[in-house]
Design a protein around this ligand. Structure first.
Ligand code: PHB
Length: 403
């Protein structure tokens, strides 16, 4: 589906020009002798809108994450008059769906048929891994705005960039702090059985055991098809673990946290996780069952900075809800492309990829960051705890984590 820009879900803000203002400006332009409204004028290949693909899940367990990403991406465009780097943008959307079976063909089509200059999005690591070669071989940049598989960026391809995180990093950020908090208690690891779940628990295990922590056991649950966690939770209980670390996101996170609470494990075993566990709409759906859950992440809408407050306010005005990490990652992907297109010598894939290497610092709601040598954000991680706040249940920022 190709959509011309005017995001349907973004409510027009107070700053939108009224018909009268526009008419007046046009009159003034005419009076000043401006014969043409186009800026560059005349026949260069760099005219007309630049096509950018947006591929996020519109269906499946990660659909709510995809919606947040679309909202973040569209808010950035909205705030910049539908332009990136001074160029009008045509957004071409694809449904990543739940798995590589849907995400790989839908996203590949953006490159082969729609001939976009870059693609933003991709939630699922398995899907991103299945797409990597296509982007590298087509010389079109993929700006990953979520999927955290470590391997995606391990060779720093000029065509693979990431505005999110690596799954290993998010897990690793929490290990030492949990070891210190728990003393002698052991931790049980549980996660969705695919790249993201394995890398997240590997990252956690590494820093947790290095700090003296002990692992009681581990279980990986079938991704996308598990709806009853009781058999797995029984194993945790039998292990007598004093705490649990998990990787779940989207609809799986909702079910897991609710069942963890109703199974009564919460009283004996503190629940920790990668921050996706309690992010955004997921937390609303979990309600009280999530109170006290502790996670690591590179964002909370409660981060106390001017830049973040201004962003949260704009996001709430547009969508009537607080922003999530997914929205910020896609917002920042738009910011990275904005800076890249500003400096790009050409707007084909190779030109945009080359310009991405020079974008410098991104002034993000999460804090200022830049791409590291592997094309991942160089950024801090925070310990968050689900607490009752003035705005209801939210991920309060407890401390910045040492890395
Ligand atoms: C991933 O597949 O890498 C992934 C998916 C959902 C998340 C985080 C990571 O919330």
């Amino acid at each position: 589906v190709s959509v011309s820009f005017v995001p349907s879900r973004v409510r027009r803000g107070r700053r939108a020009a009224s018909g009268a203002t526009v008419a007046l400006s046009l009159l003034l332009l005419a009076a000043c002798g401006g014969g043409s409204l186009s800026e560059g004028g005349g026949g260069s290949e760099n005219e007309g809108p630049v096509k950018i693909g947006l591929s996020v899940p519109i269906s499946g367990v990660y659909a709510s994450l995809g919606e947040d990403m679309t909202q973040g991406f569209e808010l950035y465009l909205e705030q910049n008059d539908g332009q990136l780097g001074g160029r009008d943008i045509e957004v071409v959307k694809a449904d990543e769906g739940e798995s590589p079976q849907t995400g790989v063909p839908a996203t590949t089509k953006l490159v082969t048929q729609n001939q976009v200059s870059a693609v933003v999005g991709i939630v699922n690591s398995a899907t991103a891994l299945g797409l990597k070669d296509t982007f590298v071989q087509s010389e079109v940049p993929l700006v990953i705005a979520n999927a955290g598989a470590d391997e995606l960026t391990d060779d720093a391809s000029p065509y693979i960039w990431r505005t999110s995180f690596t799954n290993g990093q998010v897990g690793a950020a929490l290990g030492a702090a949990v070891a210190e908090e728990l003393g002698d208690k052991e931790v049980y690891l549980m996660a969705a059985d695919y790249a993201a779940g394995h890398e997240s628990t590997d990252g956690f295990r590494e820093t947790f055991t290095a700090a003296g922590g002990k692992i009681a056991g581990e279980t990986f649950t079938p991704f996308g098809t598990t709806s009853d966690w009781q058999p797995f939770l029984s194993k945790v209980r039998a292990s007598k673990a004093g705490a649990v670390y998990v990787f779940y996101a989207g609809a799986e996170a909702v079910n897991f946290v609710k069942q963890y609470d109703s199974f009564g494990l919460g009283q004996n075993a503190q629940l920790y996780g990668a921050g996706f566990l309690t992010e955004g709409g997921v937390l609303d759906a979990q309600g009280d069952a999530a109170t006290g859950v502790k996670t690591s992440l590179h964002y909370s809408h409660l981060l106390d900075t001017e830049r973040n407050k201004e962003f949260v306010e704009a996001y709430q005005a547009a969508y009537d809800e607080v922003p999530t990490v997914y929205a910020v990652q896609a917002y920042d992907a738009a910011a990275a492309l904005d800076a890249a297109l500003e400096g790009a010598e050409s707007t084909d894939g190779a030109g945009v990829a080359e310009a991405l290497a020079d974008v410098g610092e991104i002034d993000s709601p999460r804090g200022t960051w830049s791409f590291d040598e592997d094309h991942n954000p160089d950024q801090p991680y925070y310990l968050r705890e689900v607490q009752e706040t003035d705005g209801g249940l939210a991920n309060a920022v407890v401390q910045e984590l040492e890395q």
